[in-house]
Design a protein around this ligand. Structure first.
Ligand code: PRX
Length: 636
């Protein structure tokens, strides 16, 4: 039996059990049967919890782009690898075949080489959702350079921090980007960032919006002329299984973002397997993941997962409401999309609009729906199921993380019966468990606890770039022998998992992970601010929105100071990006603190959510009188 493609619940349980009994054999069979290796591995898994160190398929040699592109050329060279749907629907969509992709990646890789980029060098990619984003990632992978994609909505300060953290030698960007009716001048943001990023020697600029840009001599160049003069042949570098593939930053509970490092072979095997099973991709299906490639979802399920499986994957440049709120549905009919993978926040935003936007379209090509990034509420689940899937498309509520590289807990469509809001069962090869606060595993069903994973799986991030101690502290120090996810979950009577939220200081806003610490750091830089605390509160569309409590140095400043509120949001936009802006800002005279000086966020969270009857014990506070003051002035 090939365990690569599961059909039916019985088979799922069989394969799952087999993977628990012998995880190495399970992954080895998948690896042997479905990929191109230049040399097989010496060992399947080496794992040392103490360090911690994980190696999958050690000794093997390969190139992931050969698996993504070259091996499809003989039989499927003319098949479309990517469909590029531009922001403006009157601009023609572009179909890029596997053959075309091969040429484009080779040419790009040769440009990188001509600029002196070598195996192990870090290349920062700051691009909108255009084909060059995927092509440049693959070009890096072709020559063994490590790509670090930074979401093009981040500010120049955030970009510079990420460039510096990885000492990137090159930045690949564009003149600008389109987002609905808006244009953003990306190159200006890069220029700003590079004032503080001395490691960057070269900047390659893709022309997209035609806006004016300044090219700094000796550093910046347009990409197009370089590509024109570059060869369409570039032999893929032979890489080791554990050679780094990419760095991708995610928020943590301190100010500094965590550069999660993913390596080659394990990531490849894991994302290929999960793509195939979770989306039940077949034949000529057209797959669309609406996430930006700047996030892990786009890395794994717009680029790598689909290409390894020889699929057709859509890259959509725009937003859901341009030219109107029917754009997603128009796109699905236009390209006959079979699988749609999107986020609960997008579903909620789409559901808020008039149903006629959806009803205008047939959507009959859809077979499977997916969601990711945050818990999906029941109402959004039903809306998606009724109006998009027409009650005929299973919904895969997929739970995973930047750190896990690939989907971990999810129904397998047509096999696992779904229940709204439940990510259901761990995929084969993934041993999920729940832990209590004393560090004991909670066995049985109908229980709730902290979500951990027992055994290393192939696509686990190997380290935090430049900070292995933080990697150990964050993920492997809370519970012995287990990877701690930072999430809380419950397991129902049937063993299904439902993820109920984060247990740390990360808040998920519109599906984006935001650490409270960097936002507070940004606010505290405002000269009028003495102290601040950020908490999340429930929001109809974003899932959570941000509520800021801000204590001013001069308490005489009016508590209704809207000008100051604007300035605070401006500083957040500058330091992090518009995604981290606060929805509400309450000025406080002081914040409730414990004796050790820690701000009691639990109380602030309850107050911001209007849950004032459940404030709980405030006897441990050094200043309990602040609670009443905060409650009296709450903005609900
Ligand atoms: O809290 C979980 C939530 O998103 C976190 C991971 O965020 P990030 O690294 O940005 O990756 C998002 C895309 C994979 C998780 O720790 N999360 C993700 N998927 C779900 C979810 N929460 C509930 N249900 C999900 N399906």
């Amino acid at each position: 039996m090939s365990n690569y493609h599961i059909k039916g619940l019985k088979e799922y349980f069989q394969v799952y059990g087999m993977a628990v009994d012998d995880p190495e054999q399970f992954w080895e069979e998948i690896a042997e049967e479905n990929f191109v290796w230049r040399k097989y591995w010496d060992s399947v898994l080496d794992w040392d919890f103490e360090k911690p160190e994980v190696k999958w398929f050690d000794g093997a040699q390969l190139n992931i782009t050969e698996n993504c592109i070259d091996r499809h050329l003989n039989h499927h060279g003319d098949k479309t690898a990517f469909i590029f749907e531009p922001n403006d629907p009157s601009e023609a969509a572009e179909h890029i075949s596997y053959k075309d992709l091969h040429k484009r990646v080779c040419k790009f890789a040769n440009v990188l080489k001509s600029k002196g980029i070598k195996r192990g060098d870090r290349v920062c990619i700051y691009l909108p959702m255009i084909p060059e984003l995927a092509v440049s990632m693959l070009a890096c992978a072709r020559i063994g350079a490590i790509h670090s994609v930074v979401f093009a909505g981040f500010s120049s300060v955030a970009l510079s921090t990420r460039i510096n953290d990885a000492s990137c030698k090159m930045v690949i960007t564009s003149d600008g980007s389109y987002r609905g009716t808006k244009k953003v001048d990306l190159k200006v943001i890069v220029d700003d960032a590079l004032n503080n990023s001395p490691s960057v020697e070269d900047v390659l600029v893709v022309k997209r919006t035609g806006c004016e840009v300044v090219l700094k001599e000796g550093r910046d160049e347009w990409l197009a002329p370089l590509l024109e003069n570059s060869s369409i042949e570039c032999i893929a570098e032979t890489l080791e299984a554990e050679d780094p593939l990419f760095i991708l930053y995610t928020s943590g509970s301190t100010g500094k973002p965590k550069g999660m490092l993913h390596t080659t072979a394990g990531y490849m095997v894991n994302v290929a397997y999960t793509f195939k099973n979770v989306f039940q991709y077949k034949g000529d299906d057209v797959f669309w993941c609406s996430a930006d490639i700047g996030w892990i979802t786009g890395h794994s399920y717009t680029v790598y997962g689909p290409l390894i499986n020889g699929a057709t994957s859509i890259i959509y440049e725009g937003v859901p409401n341009f030219p109107d709120w029917g754009r997603f549905w128009a796109l699905i009919d236009k390209h006959q999309v079979s699988q749609l993978y999107t986020a609960p926040t997008a579903i909620r935003a789409l559901a808020k609009e008039n149903l006629s936007y959806v009803e205008k379209y047939k959507l009959t090509s859809l077979k499977v729906l997916g969601t990711v990034g945050e818990p999906i509420n029941e109402e959004a689940w039903h809306w998606y199921n009724n109006n998009v899937g027409k009650k005929d498309c299973p919904i895969a509520d997929t739970w995973w993380q930047t750190e896990t590289g690939g989907i971990m807990i999810s129904p397998i469509p047509f096999s696992t019966p779904t229940i709204p809001t439940f990510a259901t069962l761990p995929l084969p090869g993934i041993q999920a468990c729940l832990m209590d606060e004393q560090g004991k595993e909670i066995k049985g069903n109908r229980v709730e606890g902290r979500l951990c994973i027992k055994f290393p799986w192939p696509s686990i991030a190997r380290t935090i770039w430049g900070d292995h101690k933080r990697y150990k502290d964050t993920y492997f120090s809370t519970f012995e022998n287990k990877y701690f996810t930072g999430d809380r979950a419950l397991r129902d009577a049937t063993g299904y998992y439902r993820i109920t939220g984060r247990v740390d200081d990360v808040i998920i806003v519109s599906g984006h992970n935001l650490g409270t610490a960097p936002i507070e750091d940004a606010i505290n830089e405002h000269p009028a601010v003495a102290e601040s605390a950020i908490v999340g509160f429930p929001h109809d569309i974003k899932g959570n929105a941000l509520y800021g409590y801000v204590t001013l140095k001069d308490s005489g400043l009016s508590i209704d100071n809207d000008h100051l509120r604007k300035e605070i949001n401006l500083i957040i936009t500058e330091k992090i990006g518009p995604i981290a802006k606060l929805d509400k800002i309450q000025f406080t005279s002081a914040l409730p603190q414990t004796r050790s000086g820690k701000i009691m966020r639990r109380i602030l969270r309850r107050i911001a959510s209007g849950d004032v009857d459940n404030i709980g014990d405030i006897s441990t506070l050094i200043n309990p009188e602040t609670v009443k003051d905060v409650m009296d002035n709450v903005l609900l």
